[in-house]
Design a binder for this molecule. Structure first.
Ligand SMILES: CC(C)(COP(=O)(O)OP(=O)(O)OC[C@H]1O[C@@H](n2cnc3c(N)ncnc32)[C@H](O)[C@@H]1OP(=O)(O)O)[C@@H](O)C(=O)NCCC(=O)NCCS
Length: 179
């Protein structure tokens, strides 16, 4: 974890200092998180292939995290139930940190927190669409082109996954669907 980032799980109190606190997303956080995501990505996010996997789906609240500074949400990551072919997995995203809080390790902390929570809950595979220079540092690798298909076009270099248990990527392939 980066220096200065505190980590708690649904502590009722807000931080008294300026270190972001990572908390599981609660239903009442949805508007703040949606605002943060809209600000980071703009309306274009709704046309992305990964969005097709979220639009009739619900995030795992206990695996999705929000970084709070005082009463302001400054970072977030959501995980969603999906299947890759017949294999259960989780989809990571959206993932964003407010401009003023970037390059302090907060984004990496959010990814580690969500992946650790998914692993502890027994999930085996995390899939995402993102930039490999950022995510390979966090244990993700590029999916072999053509092996996994999303319901829409995706640059194959941006389709990444991470095994949370040894050997679980073996033989996994196919169309990704929600749920
Ligand atoms: C991506 C994002 C969440 C990273 O948050 P963060 O808190 O700055 O992350 P960290 O502090 O852990 O890491 C920052 C480092 O990652 C690098 N980085 C950030 N985004 C990157 C990207 N898309 N590709 C490669 N490197 C990236 C930064 O340059 C920085 O490098 P430095 O430490 O050498 O300066 C943030 O930049 C963001 O919200 N971007 C807009 C939304 C977005 O692109 N989300 C990801 C979609 S998959």
């Amino acid at each position: 974890m980066c220096p200065g980032v505190m980590s708690t799980v649904n502590s009722p109190s807000k931080p008294a200092n300026t270190a972001p606190v990572l908390q599981r997303e609660r239903p009442e956080d949805a508007a703040a998180v949606d605002g943060l995501i809209d600000h980071a990505f703009g309306p274009g996010r709704h046309v992305k292939a990964a969005e097709r996997l979220r639009e009739h789906n619900s995030p795992f609240r206990d695996l999705s995290f929000v970084a709070w500074i005082g009463g302001e949400a400054v970072g977030c990551v959501r995980l969603w139930p999906i299947h890759i072919g017949d294999t259960p997995a989780v989809l990571l995203g959206p993932f964003a940190v407010e401009d003023a809080w970037r390059s302090r390790g907060l984004g990496s902390d959010l990814i580690r927190k969500a992946c650790d929570a998914a692993q502890a809950a027994g999930h085996a595979i995390v899939l995402l669409v993102g930039d490999d220079p950022f995510f390979t540092k966090l244990g993700f690798e590029t999916v072999s082109p053509g092996r996994v298909t999303l319901p829409g076009p995706v640059n194959p270099r941006r389709l990444l996954w991470r095994a949370l248990k040894p050997g679980v990527l073996e033989g996994v392939e196919g169309l990704v669907h929600a749920g």
